[in-house]
Write a protein that binds this ligand. Structure first.
Ligand SMILES: NC(=O)c1ccc[n+]([C@@H]2O[C@H](COP(=O)([O-])OP(=O)(O)OC[C@H]3O[C@@H](n4cnc5c(N)ncnc54)[C@H](OP(=O)(O)O)[C@@H]3O)[C@@H](O)[C@H]2O)c1
Length: 269
């Protein structure tokens, strides 16, 4: 189903984006790989080319509308159109709100996670309409529930959820589908080391380990491709987490208690 289709993938220089890129490459897709770190993108490109995929590397920043426009223009010029936008670029934080000394991290998280997605969708939408394509938004389960130490990240992912809930309705009948992906913790990514700490600096290397409940990137990307093939609206990973938004509606206090315990486990180092 992805054979000769063109996929724009943001945040392709590490983590989930890099693993997703390889999964698309194995299925014969053409790939436009976007992020700021060219070395990381080139590594992803090399792995995808080994699978026989055609790749275009575009270095840029999702917070800059002109970079997102250039990404789309270059992709269309290289491959003739766009079938899928996978909006995956993202950043996180790890600090209690009261301890935050540099409040600018809240703006940075909004600009990356929310506006970065809006910029890409804005420029790619006319092309997706031409091909009855699809937008895949890598959100987070934190787009539906609050999680301590992540206030700015949670807010940005709630914004992503709201944007796509409304856009999906506007696009009804246009042939373009929207899939929102809400994973639990993923292991093997740089999200945590690149997360903003209370002073506004990146956390950097930590000995923090993910709990056993975290998901592998391979399992996550397999589930995403399957959901794309079925043109699903929403994917919550792992399966058992699908009850959480419902429980949150009925017993929000229980969810708060559960989440507090989970973050405590994740916070051990
Ligand atoms: N890790 C988790 O536990 C988890 C759980 C749920 C959802 N997610 C979501 O999964 C997505 C991928 O994150 P990940 O866990 O794979 O983390 P990651 O390894 O840190 O990957 C993040 C990617 O986003 C790119 N990026 C960040 N800011 C950017 C910007 N301003 N412009 C362009 N690219 C930018 C990074 O590349 P450059 O630095 O090279 O620009 C990198 O390629 C994110 O949206 C995240 O919120 C992660």
């Amino acid at each position: 189903m992805f054979e000769t289709k063109t996929v724009i993938l943001t945040g392709a220089s590490s983590g989930l984006g890099a693993v997703l890129a390889e999964a698309f490459a194995r299925r014969g897709a053409n790939l436009a790989l976007f992020a700021r770190n060219e070395d990381g993108l080139r590594e992803t490109e090399a792995r995808c080319q080994k699978q026989g995929a055609r790749c275009l590397v575009v270095v840029g920043d999702v917070t800059q509308p002109a970079d997102c426009e250039r990404l789309v223009v270059q992709t269309v010029s290289e491959f003739g159109g766009v079938d899928y936008l996978v909006s995956n670029a993202g950043a996180s934080m790890w600090a209690r709100f009261e301890d935050v000394e540099d409040v600018s991290i809240f703006r940075k998280l909004m600009e990356t996670n929310y506006l970065g997605t809006v910029h890409c969708v804005h420029y790619v939408l006319p092309h997706l309409k031409q091909r009855q394509g699809m937008v895949v938004a890598i959100s987070s389960i934190q787009g539906k529930i609050g999680v301590p130490l992540h206030t700015g990240y949670v807010a940005s992912k709630h914004a992503v959820q709201g944007f796509f809930e409304a856009l999906r309705i506007e696009l009804d009948g246009s042939g373009v589908d929207v899939l929102t992906v809400l994973p639990h913790w993923l292991r093997g990514t740089k999200l945590r080391q690149n997360a903003y700490g209370k002073d506004g600096d990146r956390l950097g290397e930590t000995s923090k380990r993910h709990s056993k409940e975290s998901i592998s990137l391979e399992d996550c990307s397999r589930a995403i491709l399957k959901a794309m093939a079925k043109r699903k609206r929403e994917l919550i990973i792992p399966f058992k987490l699908r009850f959480l938004p419902w429980l949150h509606l009925i017993h929000p206090k229980i969810v708060s208690w559960l989440v507090k315990g989970k973050v405590k486990t994740e916070d051990e180092w």
